[in-house]
Write a protein that binds this ligand. Structure first.
Ligand SMILES: NC(=O)c1ccc[n+]([C@@H]2O[C@H](COP(=O)([O-])OP(=O)(O)OC[C@H]3O[C@@H](n4cnc5c(N)ncnc54)[C@H](OP(=O)(O)O)[C@@H]3O)[C@@H](O)[C@H]2O)c1
Length: 365
């Protein structure tokens, strides 16, 4: 039987309010799941690549029951249902949202579909875990957040990196003050995608581009460490379909800390992240966005190595466990991945795309 990871420790960088103050509770801290069973009933909305990985991860999340799937077609819902032994298979996202046997729905469509799918689920009173990037832009993300808050249901961006045990420990080290005041954060991400104009990564209709797909990881990491930036600038290389294929991003924060982010879908970089403080530094090893090890070097001391090998599951179970913990506590927002922070990150990405002239067809007007 898998064991639960320790509760993630909320990070309190200088000048930020306690993340827990962002999270709202239902009246009387009413659990947001059925009180009769000790399980949380999940539905998965869409049947693509990440939907399959998440379904696999759920099998290692104690208390999670994968009861339903929704697809644009019955055939695909059935195929996915057969693959993961899911009893309830719906031929539309709306039917999944309306399923009374489901507590929480994981949204895993391409980015331009996140808003509509999340709104459909929220309107039906469902709790939602929505893939990253949270939406196509901050306007869409704001609609989602407002709808969830008005309805009193749980909503969170599925930034799975934050819930990996190694990243929970990184936050603990930061909160201890061991490396002093943070002055510099760096993070790179990327992979050689291979050009395919019809693919989700390159097609503007599907929200293509390196920033929204990969860049959201280092930007979210910087945000976790330093909070909201006061200035953001970047240079990007646009490809044949008009979307960004690689970029270098600089961020300045109110504390005067700076951050440096590199993103590419043209090659395979070493995806390291470093946090540099006045008394030491943390280096998170490749791939920092699915971390299993890091080193803390405090000035004048021997470096300390931290290893968190993935003993079971594929790593997606940790975000699911966190969601279920929030639901059990009656929280409608996560203290670890707060909605206001997802909005700030979307805002940063909007600002960068504006600098580069990357606009999606859905954004006309
Ligand atoms: N957390 C992570 O590690 C991670 C990794 C990869 C991707 N993601 C995120 O997850 C989302 C989905 O990525 P993916 O790689 O799983 O995509 P994918 O393999 O293309 O699957 C997307 C699924 O969404 C549904 N869909 C709805 N509208 C669609 C449309 N217009 N075109 C194509 N499919 C559509 C389809 O399912 P039905 O036909 O069943 O409706 C499709 O199978 C993206 O937002 C991405 O950023 C996260």
């Amino acid at each position: 039987m898998p064991t639960r990871a320790a509760d993630p420790v909320a990070l309190k960088p200088p000048g930020r309010t306690d993340p827990d103050t962002h999270s709202k509770r239902t009246k009387g801290h009413r659990p947001l799941v059925t009180e009769t069973a000790n399980t949380t009933r999940w539905g998965i909305l869409s049947t693509g690549r990440i939907a399959g990985l998440f379904a696999t991860g759920l099998a290692s999340a104690p208390g999670a029951e994968l009861v339903a799937v929704g697809s644009r077609s019955q055939e695909s819902a059935d195929r996915f249902g057969d693959r993961f032994d899911i009893p309830r298979r719906h031929a539309s996202y709306a039917d999944l949202a309306a399923d009374p046997e489901v507590d929480v729905i994981y949204v895993a469509t391409p980015h331009p579909g996140h808003k509509e799918a999340a709104l459909t689920c929220i309107a039906a009173g469902k709790n939602v875990l929505c893939e990253k990037p949270f939406a196509l832009n901050v306007g869409e993300a704001t609609e989602m957040v407002e709808a969830a808050r008005a309805k009193g249901v749980f909503l969170m961006e599925a930034m799975w990196t934050r819930f990996r045990p190694a990243m929970v420990k990184v936050r603990e080290v930061l909160a201890s003050g061991a490396i002093g005041d943070i002055t510099l954060v760096t993070a790179n991400i990327g992979w050689q995608a291979g050009f395919d104009p019809a693919s989700r990564l390159y097609d503007p209709e599907l929200g293509g581009g390196a920033l929204l797909d990969g860049g959201v990881y280092p930007l979210s990491f910087v945000s976790m460490v330093l909070g909201a930036p006061s200035e953001v600038t970047g240079v990007a290389v646009l490809g044949k379909t008009g979307v960004d294929e690689q970029e270098a991003i600089s961020l300045l924060h109110p504390s005067r800390a700076v951050a440096c982010v590199g993103v590419t879908i043209r090659a395979n970089p070493i995806s390291l992240a470093t946090i540099v403080g006045t008394q030491g530094r943390i280096q998170i090893d490749h791939d920092f966005h699915k971390p299993t090890s890091f080193t803390v070097s405090v000035d004048g001391q021997e470096p300390e190595r931290h290893e968190y090998p993935l003993d079971e599951g594929n790593g997606y179970q940790f975000e699911a466990i966190h969601v279920m913990d929030c639901l059990q506590q009656g929280l409608t927002e996560s203290p670890v991945m707060p909605l206001d922070e997802s909005l700030t990150i979307m805002n940063t990405m909007d600002s960068l795309r504006a600098q580069w002239g990357v606009r999606y067809p859905q954004e006309t007007g």
